[in-house]
Design a protein around this ligand. Structure first.
Ligand code: FEO
Ligand code: CA
Ligand code: CA
Length: 644
């Protein structure tokens, strides 16, 4: 396809969109949503202006509660983190890591709420929260912000303080905690029996088609059926049977010495190729876990990295149940996993692989959801078909099955000896099938009212303006625009709306269109531009409005925030800002309580650009405090439904 053709496709859609935005004409247009009788409820708040202030800003009449901060204890026997002592090295003390194992983890990301109380109002529940990574330069005095560029510096600090690795591991994974609304304010309960931390040390099961495969066997687990821990947990999802899905994303930043492994004689070239496709670090990794923990040294334990990059299922109400890695959902840099029950009872899970030129995926279960017997769904995610999406220039598309078949296309001739290898090396399988390379697909979420699916492409500054060959992810690829990723140097991201054929989540064909492009309409020549940058995660309120949280540059240089737009009606795709975050923070989470009176957001890595000697943010504690990632609960000061 040529650039001109893409331009024509967009032009046509733009014209229709501009018509829709005209109040005069919109009432005359046969909008599909109106025909279906669906219209988003009015968003009755005055949008805020963007800001560069080091605080949370909300519309008039809204307030927030800081529910839990990194380091707050989840166990009455364990003290809170000594946050004031961080610049003097409190986290370098050997005991810091053992305390962190019982404290809320760092860099909170996904949130899901599991209501405990009965009744219409949500007043008590369990939160599952991902703790994605650590900002080591804001934890350990002397650590420079040299992410991935100075392995010797990282190695030297860790060799001096081995406990850094234990601390950084203890801060990651998942935090499970009970929360309650007390005198109209949300707080967490330190004494709850539901509180627990799941970390890179927590044993869990490996289930699904790759369980027991040779590539999953290590010295610690010669069976390939169980694994210690989870880390790099980004966004997530919530199943219809009440479990939590946690997405393992940037696992490559913890494995090092790939060069040492690939230089060895007699190694399996297919394993080398699979690690190259994931872009493993050839030297010490940016976090340096491989310096002292040999399971993260690829030359020592070549298969350990295959045991990460999965979706992990957690039962929030059963603290004794081991989490499970669901290999049927594939292995890639999982951003999120959004399940939905199809009309026939099969369960679809929508997923994105957040790297440049990677793919959008969907899993469809073989078995049907059993609403009457929640326990019957316990292993529903172990059997089914994983698909990757191909977006065609005519506005249609197809889900391509990642299924091993001796007759091809996924067989020995293309680098796969069985279904387990297809799932472990899902990116390479999607390459073979010709799926569409996207601009960092992050969250993928179905609208619970309309069934339409929204795909966030956060940005891709490496997307070329023209169709030119280049390399990324150890592939020779066309770096240029395609129909679904139409902008070269995509600095601001975009959101795609996907409609399954017959609105059936098990369908293998779909149609799609761009809902909105990020950026500043004053300087961007692309149509449908909304004043937003780097959209990342999504949420839906009970009226089907699309809530968008951002992680990255904004067209105005303002801080990240939370935005919202209707997906139907004459305000479709018209974005208002609801919240502005403190300096340097991204916003994630974005989940409503069932009564829609509370919106939980993760304020992740405030002040990330600063250093311990020159802090860029002091949020949430103010004064000269070190900034801390925090879960907030946004609500109306006088109660009521958010946004309405
Ligand atoms: Fe962890 Fe793709 O954000
Ligand atoms: Ca994200
Ligand atoms: Ca992010």
């Amino acid at each position: 396809m040529t650039r001109t053709y893409i331009g024509q496709v967009i032009e046509r859609r733009c014209t229709r969109r501009e018509l829709l935005q005209s109040t005069l004409l919109s009432s005359l247009l046969p909008l599909a949503s109106r025909a279906a009788g669906i219209d988003s409820a009015a968003l009755d708040f005055k949008g805020i202006a963007g800001s560069q202030a080091d605080r949370i800003i909300l519309p008039e009449g809204y307030v927030y509660d800081a529910v839990i901060r990194w380091g707050d204890s989840l166990d009455p026997k364990v003290a809170d983190m000594d946050a004031a002592g961080i610049p003097k090295g409190s986290l370098l003390k050997p005991e810091a890591a053992s305390y962190q194992l019982q404290q809320f983890g760092s860099n909170c990301d996904a949130i899901h709420f599991f209501q405990l109380n009965t009744g219409l109002k949500s007043t008590r529940g369990v939160l599952c929260v991902n703790n994605e990574y650590t900002n080591d330069w804001l934890m350990y005095p002397g650590r420079k912000k040299v992410f991935g560029t100075d392995p010797q510096h990282v190695k030297e600090q860790i060799q001096q303080y081995h406990s850094i690795v234990e601390m950084s591991q203890a801060a990651q994974g998942i935090s499970v905690l009970e929360v309650e609304k007390h005198q109209s304010r949300w707080r967490y309960l330190k004494t709850s029996r539901y509180n627990r931390r799941i970390t890179p040390s927590t044993w869990m099961d490996i289930k699904g088609p790759a369980r027991g495969n040779a590539w999953l066997k290590t010295n610690a687990d010669p069976t390939g059926t169980k694994v210690r821990g989870t880390f790099a947990n980004c966004a997530g999802g919530r199943t219809p049977w009440g479990t939590y899905l946690s997405a393992e994303e940037n696992i490559q930043d913890y494995f090092g010495n790939f060069a040492g492994f690939s230089a060895r004689k007699g190694i399996d070239p297919m394993i080398v190729a699979a690690h190259q496709r994931w872009r493993m670090w050839s030297d010490t990794s940016p976090y340096g876990w491989d310096v002292v923990d040999k399971r993260f040294d690829v030359s020592h334990e070549p298969n350990e990295a295959f045991r990460f990059g999965w979706i992990v299922e957690v039962d929030p109400l059963n603290p004794n149940k081991a989490p499970v890695k669901r290999t049927a959902l594939g292995r890639f840099a999982h951003e999120a996993a959004s399940p939905v029950v199809a009309a026939n009872g099969q369960v679809a899970v929508y997923m994105g692989d957040d790297d440049k030129f990677e793919y959008v995926y969907k899993f469809v279960s073989s078995q049907h959801f059993d609403a009457k017997h929640p326990a019957a769904n316990a292993d529903l995610l172990d059997q089914g078909t994983l698909y990757a999406a191909r977006f065609d220039a005519d506005g249609r598309g197809e889900w391509l099955p990642l299924v091993y078949d001796p007759e091809g296309p996924l067989n020995a001739a293309t680098g796969f000896r069985n279904q387990a290898e297809v799932l472990i090396n899902a990116r390479a399988a999607a390459d073979v099938l010709g799926a569409t390379m996207m601009d960092r697909p992050e969250d993928v979420e179905p609208n619970p009212l309309t069934g339409k699916v929204y795909i966030v492409c956060t940005r891709n500054e490496s997307r070329a303006d023209q169709n030119v060959q280049g390399s990324y992810g150890h592939r020779k690829i066309d770096l240029g625009p395609n129909a679904a990723n139409p902008r070269g140097k995509n600095l601001w991201g975009h959101i795609i709306e996907l409609t399954e054929n017959n609105n059936d989540h098990t369908a293998t064909k779909f149609s799609w269109e761009v809902l909105l492009m990020g950026g500043d309409a004053a300087t961007e020549s692309v149509p449908r531009t909304c004043f937003i940058g780097s959209p990342d995660n999504l949420g839906f309120d009970a009226s089907g409005n699309l809530w968008i949280v951002t992680d990255g540059p904004q067209p105005s240089n303002n801080n990240n925030g939370c935005f919202v737009c209707p997906t139907t009606g004459d305000q479709r795709g018209v974005v208002k800002q609801f919240m502005s975050a403190p300096i340097g923070a991204e916003v994630c989470g974005c989940v409503f309580t069932p009564d829609n009176e509370t919106l939980f957001l993760s304020i992740q890595h405030p002040g990330e650009e600063g250093s311990l000697s020159n802090l860029a943010s002091h949020w949430p504690d103010g004064g000269d405090a070190v900034p801390r990632s925090t879960v907030i609960a946004v609500r109306k000061e006088d109660g009521g439904v958010i946004g309405a």
